[in-house]
Design a protein around this ligand. Structure first.
Ligand code: GDP
Length: 172
């Protein structure tokens, strides 16, 4: 690894309303704003995490609304090392949508991009609509990491980024 601060570009994918902006807000600012507006277009936020004696900066691109701005796709994915494809565990259709985002990643994303599937809204597990086994099976079929998260309670959020760093930069 190069000396100095290592950086990882992470792009977010997933249907509107699954909680992408909330996850970034939680990770970056340790904050959760209920009824946040859906993002339009692409936005970017940075956050650093300490790993033993190394600091890794995550540059996180939020794609909410991306499907309406298809021309952004190439620029959006350029040099991304990781993608988080999020679904809402209480909404089956947001899980069905994962395949489409995966295809889009294959089309526009770098070949060796690390993929993480986030089953968000873990705090609503009582109304879970997708059996976790099915989600894990899908993730493993595309070589992705699978993790449940909650932007509301902070469940699994930092760990998801640590998993990503460990896979993108195995020597940290
Ligand atoms: P985006 O369109 O994917 O960026 O989704 P948002 O971050 O705007 O979130 C959509 C809605 O889901 C908002 O009302 C959020 O407050 C809510 N939300 C996001 N994450 C969670 C979560 O982990 N748990 C619960 N209960 N609600 C969440």
């Amino acid at each position: 690894m190069q000396s100095g601060q290592a950086q990882i570009k992470v792009v977010l994918l997933g249907d509107s309303g699954v909680g992408k902006s909330s996850l970034v807000l939680r990770f970056v600012a340790d904050n959760f704003k209920i009824d946040s507006d859906s993002t339009v277009g692409a936005s970017y936020m940075g956050k650093s995490l300490q790993f033993n004696d190394k600091t890794i900066k995550f540059n996180i691109w939020d794609t909410a609304g991306q499907e309406r701005y298809h021309s952004l796709a190439k620029m959006y994915y350029r040099d991304a090392q990781a993608a988080i494809i999020t679904y809402d565990i209480t909404k089956r259709e947001s899980f069905e949508g994962l395949k489409r985002y995966y295809r889009e990643l294959q089309e526009f994303g770098p070949k060796d991009i690390v993929i993480n599937i986030a089953g968000n809204k873990e705090d609503l597990v009582e109304t879970e609509a997708v059996p976790p086994e099915e989600a894990k099976e899908f993730a493993s079929s595309i070589g992705a990491i699978y993790r449940k998260t909650s932007a509301k309670t902070n469940y699994g959020v930092e760990q998801m980024f640590r998993d990503i760093a460990a896979k993108v930069l195995p020597d940290v």
